[in-house]
Design a binder for this molecule. Sequence first.
Ligand SMILES: [Mn+2]
Length: 261
Amino acid sequence: MRIELGYGLDIIGDIHACYEEFMAMLEKLGYQENENGLYIHPEGRKILSLGDVMSRGPQSIDSMLFFLKHVDNGLAYMIDSNHGWKIARWLDGRKVQLRHGDENVEEEFSNFERKYGGKETAVLKSKLRKLLMEVPSHYIITEEGKDKVVCAHAGIKEEFIGRENSKIKDFCRYGDVAGVDEKGKPIRRDWFKEYKGQQLIVWGHDPKPEPMIVNNTINIDQGAVFGGKLTCYRYPEKQFVFVDARKNYSGKIGADNPIGK
Ligand SMILES: [Mn+2]
């Protein structure tokens, strides 16, 4: 789960199937598509997704395919996430309830199957299942062998960094969840308020209108699928790059919309 920084990383917040916004982001960041459909950065930078690349928005398959291709070719990294894990289990044939936008993924696969047939669909599902099952709970970016930045979907505790077990995986997927409220929404504890570690933690999952910096942690989920913006945090430059959402894809407005759109 350790990555040497190399020529720089572009850490991308929750895409949630907002593929057009993601493509616009890659262009803004200077990636160029080559003859094999791979997006290459002229300076050798790589892409790191904080997970939840699918669900809720319009293009889950395209978003997952992008990471399948680019992870396979050593050009991108992706970590585990709550929607990613749900879709992984669904692709694995386990009994799961598809909701909170995961049902859109099922619908996309039905359309895909009508267009390309059962065989091709089964091959794609199997490859995506493998990718989503194998991604680590978090990545640690190192510089000259020293741990500098930790990327985790919903957050991480200092004592979990560099370790992996089912409890840690769940924490990285869902954050510090203390049950659900009367509406069935998860009650989230603000793990970042207690964080005192030396490594910078970059995380997503919990949409905020602007990047939220607390202690040594940065939230870069600005709710693209909720009509906000897609965020990239460039490291080591420590710069933010934004792409505004083309629309609010979520159907959630006002008080139901986590960024108040
Ligand atoms: Mn999430």
